[in-house]
Structures are given as structure tokens and as C-alpha cells.
Design a protein around this ligand. Structure first.
Ligand code: PMP
Length: 318
């Protein structure tokens, strides 16, 4: 039976152990997390498979969520199994959901940068993230099939700072947001962030891969990037399929001559790059390795490959 879509008034969020209506999921404007960017989050996809709704790599996303809390010192007391069960329950309560966003934040009103009241709230939303976007801009929002990438020339947008790039904390997205916003105004789709020494890291919300002349699939080292679950999945799929892989530092100039470059992320999927700073990449977009991995990734995410069913958590009751 097709899953029924969910209209906004029926949507509910799981907040600190109970369901609340979508409209009631609010915090005070003076809350610590809004004022100081201390919210941590994770975001995962939900797929309609022949065995019902399934969450893609729930355990890995939930582990990363707990790791983000640890990296920024937020006292998240809920354990892995409790959080995973809450995500499944929330997906069940919101039929038709296509994604889950899990957040932990400090709702208290604070004067000091260090919170006096360190009680965290946890909120889980299972929803269709594009529903509101499309409602606001019907027909206007459409993602281009390939990416025009701009290299951020200001080398302060991704570096090992006090905040680890491995933490999905709101404050980590502020400077990348400005960089991407500026690139968008110049007509590019995405911005490539580099570290202080000029090595490529990632885009604000996606990891980067390239294929070299010898057919080796390469990606920047873990130290520089958020450990994307799609990145991990692409590396595992490539290894499974016999494609050689390596983590390698790279400068933007070196990427320009690669036969294939692509981005990965929960929202991006496998997204081929057509140009970097207006220099075309490869002969065809997507190139053969990217096209094959994209196809594989979509099939696995939709539950069409039994060898990777363990990446999916089914949510149907019973
Ligand atoms: N890098 C950053 C900074 C991100 O925010 C994301 C999105 N979570 C990614 C990479 C891709 O990660 P994933 O594949 O887990 O969505």
C-alpha cells in the first residue's frame, strides 16, 4: 500500500521523550543554543523500500551525533540504543517522512557564554525537508544535475581550530555559510573549503572525491573533514566493487586535471562536479566511476541490494 503523505498539522516531533505538534517545537530567542551556536545535530535519510520505510545507516548517524556532543563537551545523557529507538518511533509517527533531523540544544536563557544550566534537550524531527521549500517557491527549486564549484580563496574556512571539523555543531556552519552565500551570488553552486595550508577539505555540507589518472578513487584525509556517512558508504562500496581507494591531501590546482570529481552527502547523494573555478572537469559528467557509484548508492539506499540490507533499519511495526 502506498504510504500516505503527511500534511503539516499532523507532523509531530519527539522532544525529550514525548511527541509534540510541529508548531510547538520552539525555543526562546535568548536560548543559549540560538545565541551561541551550541546546538549539535545529525541528519539522515529515510527511503521507501519494498520492505517499507527504512532509515539509512541509523547507527552510524546516531554514533556521530553522540560524538559531536563529546567533541564540544555537551552533556548528552541519552544512550545510543535509546536515541535509535526514538528515531524509529518518530519515523513511524510521521508517515511519508524522507529525512530525520536529530538535534540537542541548550534551551535555557543564559548571560554567560558558559551555560549555568547545562540541561540539554533532544529533538527528533522526521519529515519531508523539501515540502516547505517547494511550497514557498513552487517550481523554482530544482537542483542542477552537476555542480559548478568555486574554491574559497580565504583560507580560514575549514581548519583544525578549537572546534573540531568532525563535530556537527551549528557554530561550525557559520563561516562556510558565508563562503557559500558569496559563491552563490557569483553563480556557483557550491564552495570548496581549504585549510590554512591550502589543502582541500570539503564543501559546507558535502565531502569531496576525485578519480585520478590510474582510476584510484581518492578523498581528503579524515583530519580535515566531517566524517560523512555517505563518504564512508562510498569508500565501502568502492572497496566491495574492487575500486582502489586512498585518503590523500590535495590542492585545488591538482584537482583541475582529474578525470572525475564528485561530492557526497545525505542531501547531495553522489553529485558530479562539472567545473572548478570555471575549469571544466573530465570529458563527460558524470564520469564512468562516479556514474557507477551513484547508481550503486541509490540502489543500496533503496534496499535493492541484499548485500547491503544491514545499512537499512526498517521502521514498520511488528
Ligand atoms: N561535510 C559536512 C561539513 C557536512 O555537514 C555534511 C553533511 N552532514 C557532510 C560533509 C556529508 O555528510 P553525510 O554524508 O553524513 O551527510
Amino acid at each position: 500500500m502506498p504510504e500516505r503523505g503527511i500534511s503539516p498539522p499532523e507532523r509531530v516531533l519527539w522532544i525529550d521523550g514525548r511527541f509534540v505538534p510541529w508548531e510547538d517545537a520552539t525555543v526562546h530567542v535568548l536560548s543559549h543554543s540560538l545565541q551561541r551556536g551550541s546546538l549539535i545535530f545529525d541528519y539522515m535519510s529515510v527511503h521507501a523500500t519494498s520492505r517499507g520505510s527504512a532509515i539509512f545507516r541509523l547507527r552510524e548517524h546516531t554514533e556521530r551525533f553522540r560524538r559531536s556532543a563529546e567533541l564540544v563537551g555537551l552533556p548528552l545523557v541519552l544512550g545510543l540504543e535509546t536515541l535509535m529507538a526514538a528515531v524509529v518511533e518518530t519515523v513511524r509517527a510521521n508517515p511519508g517522512a524522507k529525512a530525520v533531523k536529530m538535534s540537542a540544544y541548550l534551551p535555557s536563557i543564559e548571560v554567560d557564554v558558559v551555560p549555568q544550566d547545562p540541561r540539554l534537550s533532544v529533538a527528533i524531527a522526521a519529515y519531508d525537508p523539501w515540502e516547505d521549500v517547494i511550497r514557498r517557491n513552487p517550481g523554482e527549486w530544482q537542483r542542477r544535475p552537476s555542480v559548478k564549484l568555486w574554491v574559497e580563496k580565504n583560507r580560514r574556512n575549514r581548519r583544525e581550530d578549537i572546534l573540531a571539523p568532525q563535530a556537527k555543531v551549528a557554530a561550525n556552519y557559520t563561516s562556510p555559510m558565508f563562503a557559500k552565500w558569496a559563491a552563490r551570488r557569483r553563480g556557483y553552486d557550491e564552495v570548496l573549503l581549504v585549510d590554512e595550508e591550502g589543502f582541500v577539505a570539503e564543501t559546507p555540507t558535502a565531502n569531496l572525491f576525485w578519480v585520478d589518472e590510474d582510476g584510484v578513487l581518492r578523498t581528503p584525509p579524515e583530519r580535515l573533514v566531517l566524517l560523512g556517512v555517505t563518504r564512508l558508504s562510498i569508500l565501502e562500496l568502492a572497496k566491495h566493487d574492487g575500486v582502489p581507494c586512498a585518503e590523500t591531501p590535495v590542492r585545488p590546482e591538482e584537482l583541475m586535471g582529474s578525470p572525475e570529481v564528485f561530492l557526497t552527502g545525505t542531501v547531495a547523494g553522489v553529485w558530479p562536479v562539472e567545473s572548478i573555478d570555471d575549469q571544466p572537469i573530465g570529458d563527460a559528467v558524470p564520469g564512468p566511476v562516479s556514474a557507477r557509484l551513484r547508481e550503486r548508492f541509490i540502489a543500496v539506499s533503496n534496499g535493492e541490494d541484499p548485500a547491503f540490507h544491514h545499512w537499512l533499519t526498517l521502521t514498520a511495526a511488528g
